[in-house]
Design a protein around this ligand. Sequence first.
Ligand code: UDP
Length: 443
Amino acid sequence: MGQLHVFFFPLMAHGHMIPTLDMAKLFASRGVKPTIITTPLNAPFFTKTIDRNKNLGIEISLIVIKFPVVEAGLPEGCENADQLHSDELVVKFLKATAILQEPLKHVLQQGRPNCLVADMLFPWATDVAAKFGIPRLVFHGTSFFALCAWESMRLYKPHNKVSSDSEPFIVPHLPHEIKLTRMQVTPHEREAYADHYRKVLGRKAWHIGPVSLCNKEVEDKAQRGKETSIDEHQCLKWLDSKEPNSVLYVCFGSIANLTAAQLYEMAVGLEASGQQFIWVVRKGENEEENENWLPEGYEERMKGKGLIIRGWAPQVLILDHEAVGGFVTHCGWNSTLEGVSAGVVMVTWPVFAEQFYNEKLVTEILRIGIGVGAQENTTRVASGIKREAIEKAVKRIMVGEEAEEMRSRARAFKDAAKKAVEEGGSSYSDLNALIEELSSYHP
Ligand code: UDP
C-alpha cells in the first residue's frame, strides 16, 4: 500500500491555521504525507515552521492558490480574518472563500489526495472532493461540547421559548444542565461530550487533540501563527524570575478587539488585583487610539510586575511556563485547550462565535475558571466589563482556597490531556483509527 496523502484546507484565520499546522505535523509523524492549501499572503505563516520541520525530517507541502480579493470587493491585501474590522468585510471575506471552489477543484484534480480535511466554513468542499471520489473530513476547530450545544440549539430552539433576551433557558438534552440567555448565543443562529456527539447525535468524529501538545521545543512553542512581538528568550527570562503560579496571562486571541474604554478598565482592574501579569494587546487599526487607553504613568508603575506585549505573543510558551498560574481568555477553542493543557485556571471572557459555550464548559463542567460576567455575543468587540469585575475575578483565580481547588482540578486535566496524546492515549488511538479507516479506502 502506498503512502496516504492528506490535503488540509483551513480557513484563513490564525485560530484555524495554527491547529492545522499542528495536525499536519501529527499526521506526518504517523507516516502520512500532509499538504496544506492556503493563499499567497497566508503562506508565510506556514513556511517558517515547514522549513524547520523539514530540517527535522518531517515533510509538509504547501499549495498556494490565489485569493479573489478584487472579485469579492475586498481591500487589497485582505486575506486573513484578523483584517476584518467590520461586518461588511466579514460577509465579503466569506463570499471570497466560496470562490475558492474552482482553484480547489484544480488542486484536487492535480494532487489526487486520499482525503481532504477542509474547514467547517467551507461546506462546498464536500461536493468538490466528491467529484474526484475523495472523502472529505470537516475540521471544526472547536469542542465537542460546543458542537453538542450548537446542535441542541438548532434542533430544539429553546431560545425561542423565553420572553426576553436576558431570561435564562436550558440547553436541552445535554448531559449537564446548562443555562444560557439569548444574548449569549450567536446572532444567527467533558467528560461525555465526545460520546454524546457521536452516540446521541449520531455523528462520525475523531478527537485527536489537544494538537498544540505536539510542540515540545521552545522554538516550536514560540513559532505559532505570526512573528512574535517579543523575543521569546526575553519573555522566558522575565518569567524565570517569578514564583510558580504567580503570573496571570491575558490574551484575547487573533480576532477579538477591546474598545479603548475597555482597555482602560482592564489596565486599572489588573493593577487593582495586585497580581503580576503578561497582557497581550492586539495592534488595532488605529495605533494612536490604541495608546490613549493606558492610565498615566501605568507602565512605569508596573515595571517588573506587569509586562504588556503589543502585537503577537508566544502564547503556548508563556502558558506552559510554571510561573503562569492564571489566564484571562476570550474562550477561543485553541486558547481554551492550550489553557487546559497547561493546567492554568481561567477567567473566562467570551466575545463571539461559540465562546459562550466554551465558557460554560470551563466554569460549570470542568470547574477550572470564573466568568468575568460577559453578557453579550458581540461579533469581535469586547466592552462593558467594569474594573471591579476584572479585579474580583482575577483575585478569585489567583489567590485563596477556591483558587487552590480549581488549580488542583486544572492540574488533573493537564495530566489527562498529556496522556490522551501519548502512545496508547485516547487521542493517539483515535488518530490511528482515522488513518486506518482512510487507508482502508485506499487501494
Ligand atoms: N495566539 C498566539 N499569540 C497571540 C494571540 C494568539 O500565539 O498573541 C494563538 C493562540 O495560541 C491560539 C490562536 O492564536 O492558538 C488563537 O486561536 P483561538 O481559537 O483561541 O482564538 P481566535 O483567534 O480564533 O479567536
